[in-house]
Design a binder for this molecule. Structure first.
Ligand SMILES: NC(=O)c1ccc[n+]([C@@H]2O[C@H](COP(=O)([O-])OP(=O)(O)OC[C@H]3O[C@@H](n4cnc5c(N)ncnc54)[C@H](OP(=O)(O)O)[C@@H]3O)[C@@H](O)[C@H]2O)c1
Length: 247
């Protein structure tokens, strides 16, 4: 196993934590990011991983801030070395039906979920190409594949990730840099636990396997797509949704 450096944005969240553990288990040097101002929670998160024997680095980062992303990548490269693996995982929802959606809601979700892809990928991409190795995984969503009532902003960002990912996959293909997306279905995380119980029960009833996914289900997909051996897999999307949507 190679001690490659793997960055996970929004690492302290439900799925990010599982991804960091899976990447560490693969022998990666894991770098997680947390929102600026949440240093205390980030330290707690880091200590939790330490209890599992994982030494992760953690940096503050707002993925909507282009210059901040640039400074973050420069800091990681200076402190640890070049970034080999980037998992763009940070994401939010801010739901409303179209008729009630405010421009601020629309712009916020576009910026965090989609503009962040450009902000982060541009900082690492050329360096990956020059070194002849890179793995980029962008976290999309089931609702980007099928759309969702009340989530036109969120679904637009998650669908946009597919076009972005396929484009940079073509740009990196001859240089050893792969780019893929993972589209989680409903996973047992705080984000999904916010859904009212009655609605959640209906959602679970619509999942063919009959239960929510676990964060580890998504982490395993990320581990696979970021493996050195996954060099022939690029420009694709991996749906991990219990059969809820079969594209
Ligand atoms: N959970 C699911 O079932 C599910 C299903 C489909 C897709 N997804 C996608 O999977 C990803 C992770 O979701 P999750 O369930 O783990 O959600 P989560 O626990 O809320 O994690 C999201 C992370 O992103 C961070 N974040 C938010 N805004 C940010 C910004 N501007 N800059 C940097 N980081 C920011 C959050 O920080 P704070 O905690 O400090 O706000 C949090 O650490 C998201 O992209 C989500 O859309 C999740």
């Amino acid at each position: 196993m190679t001690n490659r450096i793997a960055v996970v944005t929004g690492a302290t969240g439900g799925l990010g934590t599982a991804m960091c553990k899976a990447l560490a288990a693969q022998g990666r040097a894991v770098v997680g990011t947390h929102l600026p101002g949440e240093e205390a929670q980030a330290k707690e998160w880091q200590a939790g991983l330490q209890q599992d024997g994982i030494e992760a680095s953690v940096y503050p980062l707002d993925v909507t801030d282009f210059d901040g992303c640039k400074a973050f990548v420069a800091a990681v490269e200076k402190d640890l070395g070049p970034i080999d693996i980037l998992v763009n995982n940070a994401g939010i929802t801010n739901d409303a039906p179209l008729k009630r959606m405010q421009p601020e809601q629309w712009n916020q979700v576009i910026n965090v979920n989609l503009t962040s892809m450009f902000n982060m990928c541009q900082q690492v991409f050329e360096n990956m190409c020059e070194r002849g190795f890179g793995r980029i995984v962008n976290i999309s969503s089931l609702n980007g594949e099928k759309g969702q009532f009340g989530q036109c902003n969120y679904a637009a960002t998650k669908a946009g990730i597919y076009g972005f990912t396929k484009s940079i996959a073509q740009e990196g293909a001859r240089k050893g840099v792969t780019a893929n997306s993972v589209s989680p279905g409903y996973i047992d995380t705080p984000m999904v636990r916010q859904v009212p119980e009655k609605v959640l029960n209906n959602i679970v009833a619509g999942i063919p396997v009959g239960h929510l996914g676990q964060p580890e289900d998504i982490a395993r997909a990320v581990a696979y797509l970021t493996a050195d051996e996954a060099s022939f897999v690029t420009g694709t999307n991996m749906s991990v949704n219990g059969g809820q949507y079969m594209a």
